[in-house]
Design a binder for this molecule. Structure first.
Ligand code: FAD
Ligand code: SIN
Length: 534
């Protein structure tokens, strides 16, 4: 058993920023960070484009960033949260610069080289080549190392949150009197499930892109935190809003994850075209290749369907070779590695699942519907993104909420104590899972179901079929879970089924098309605004 003042599950930008903020204010508190593989493996590490913040105040303003965020969010953003993130964002970016993060500067090194992405009316994206996330992850890890009161436990897989339920009390989703006492976690090095008790728990487990066949998200992105919160009877919100990035590198043969071709490439002048080299985005939006993501992804999906083709193309051949390589060295190298020279060939691209706009419902301080439990980063629904996230707003959101969580936890933590009497993990099954194929095959089936029926374009019939298939997978998986020993793969399968269910159920509840949710049965927006809380 581990006892700690603060338990943080996840070591991406959300988890480590929260750890740093609490550690620097209170060196006397013990802070435990769990991460299911190594500290540096996260969605954060793969972020390419950058972090959006109002930086050049001569031309940009909070109201412009706010308008762009609201416009992308298609009526479902919480304006108060947008104000908070946009206005506090620059200070949080300054924090990470102070912690050592480097962002590219202009050639004369006088100012930051701000980029533009889809949906942004001004250049406001700070970036480090096309490796911004790698640089930010590096900076928060280095800063974390300065605090002796932060302990990182690698290869610890959080299985479930601990609540009164584990003391034998019944808890219901409707009541808001649930308390979180920590988490059970599988120590992957010795296969022992440990009890980790904390005065306060912060879930920072990132996204769930692995629920789809083609995703830009690394394999760690299986929605564990959202699924754990749902099982603990916490509230989730807006799960139907799954963002598909319009331009992942189309490379038949199926890499998992698929490689992202950053939206910043379009901001830099790349143009979407057909195989014949004709532009098509003017048919869909006057902003053409730089329209918000939902519009571009649907346009590409539609063109692929009407032409019966597997991809569209991004034309960069007219761009300056030297500048392109300087800005996008990773993208350039990746294309070259599969025989595509972006300066001579058009880059084949197709949409891929990229970001969960919904998640664990939190308030403006990152507090969930469960007491003594906070959540930060992509696993949350803060109200910032509404029905569609504006590019490069998520790293910003994570940093702003990390700061706010620390500010809320610090004056309260001394009132909370470690809960006594929590039993050890009650192992359900004890037999070894001899047939791993049952788990791996179910994961494949799940991805097929979600990609075929709950993708960019949905309908009542497709959603019903998905729910029917998911129910079967759910029962089969619970049977395995209750009879065999627990493995990370089995837990991930269970969590992905929960995520798939929440996405599909929320999609069924939304009888309209809005933002990222498009259904052929209700192609228009409804006259009322509704957030789906489950
Ligand atoms: P992550 O960074 O994903 O961290 C999650 C952590 O939780 C990991 O350490 C993981 O191991 C841990 N974890 C998960 N489950 C468990 C468990 N059961 N037990 C223990 N630990 C667990 N956003 C932008 O703003 N700008 C961009 O340019 C940008 N580009 C992107 C490019 C790509 C290819 C991708 C995939 C995403 C991009 N995003 C971008 C989105 C952004 O990177 C993420 O939303 C953000 O980094 C999420 O941070 P996080 O801290 O919430 O989660
Ligand atoms: C990208 O670089 O296109 C990704 C940006 C984002 O997801 O915010």
């Amino acid at each position: 058993m581990i006892e700690t003042d603060v338990l943080i599950i996840g070591s991406g930008i959300g988890g480590l920023s929260t750890a740093i903020k609490i550690a620097e204010a209170r060196p006397d508190l013990s802070i435990t960070v769990l991460t299911k593989t190594i500290e540096g493996e996260s969605n954060t590490r793969y972020a390419q484009g950058g972090v959006a913040a109002v930086w050049d105040v001569e031309v940009d303003s909070y109201s412009k960033h706010k308008e762009d965020t609201l416009d992308a969010g298609d009526g479902l953003c919480d304006e108060n949260i947008v104000d908070i993130v946009v206005s506090e964002g620059p200070d949080r970016v300054q924090d990470i610069i102070d912690w050592g993060a480097r962002f590219d500067k202009k050639k004369d090194a006088s100012e930051y080289d701000l980029a533009r992405e889809g949906g942004h009316s001004e250049k406001r994206i700070l970036h480090y080549k096309d490796l911004t996330g790698w640089e930010m992850q590096r900076a928060v890890m280095a800063k974390t190392d300065e605090f002796p009161n932060i302990t990182i436990y690698e290869h610890y897989f959080a299985i479930d949150l601990i609540t009164q339920h584990h003391l034998g009390h019944s808890v219901t989703r409707l009541k808001q009197d649930i308390q979180c006492y920590g988490s059970y976690a599988l120590n992957k090095k010795n296969n022992v499930i440990e009890t980790i008790l904390a005065r306060v728990t912060v879930v920072a487990t990132g996204g769930a892109g692995q629920v789809y066949r083609a995703t830009t998200n690394p394999v760690i992105a299986s929605g564990d935190g959202i699924a754990m919160a749902y099982r603990a009877k916490g509230w989730t919100e807006n799960m139907e809003f799954v963002q598909f990035h319009p331009t992942s590198l189309y490379h038949p043969g199926g890499d998992n994850p698929v490689f992202l071709v950053s939206e910043a490439v379009r901001g830099f002048g790349g143009i979407l075209k057909t195989k014949e080299g004709e532009e098509f985005m003017q048919k869909y939006d006057e902003r053409k290749s730089l329209a918000p993501r939902d519009i571009v992804a649907r346009a590409i999906d539609n063109e692929m369907k009407i032409r019966g083709e597997d991809c569209m193309y991004l034309d960069c051949r007219h761009l300056n070779h030297e500048d392109f390589v300087a800005h996008f060295p990773t993208i350039y190298d990746k294309c070259k590695s599969i025989g595509i020279d972006p300066m001579k060939d058009m880059i084949p691209v197709a949409p891929a699942c990229h970001y969960m706009c919904g998640g664990i419902k939190v308030d403006d301080l990152g507090q969930t519907s469960i007491q003594r439990m906070y959540a930060v980063g992509e696993c949350t629904s803060t109200g910032l993104h509404g029905a569609n996230r504006l590019a490069s707003n998520s790293l910003l959101e994570a940093m702003v909420f990390a700061h706010r969580i620390a500010a809320d936890v610090l004056p309260k933590i001394d009132q909370w104590s470690i809960q006594k009497g929590i039993p050890d993990w009650n192992a359900g099954g004890t037999t070894d899972p001899k047939e791993m194929v049952l788990i791996t095959q179910s994961i494949k089936e799940l991805k097929e179901i979600m990609s075929s029926y709950v993708g960019i374009v949905r309908s009542n019939v497709r959603l019903k079929r998905a729910l029917d298939r998911l129910e079967l997978l759910y029962h089969e998986t619970e049977e395995i879970y209750n009879t065999t020993t627990i493995s990370p793969q089995l837990c991930e399968l269970r969590n992905l089924i929960t995520i798939a269910y929440l996405i599909t159920r929320s999609a069924r509840l939304r009888k309209e098309s809005r933002g990222l949710h498009y259904t052929t049965d209700y192609p228009e927006k409804a006259g009322f605004l509704q957030a789906n809380v489950i």
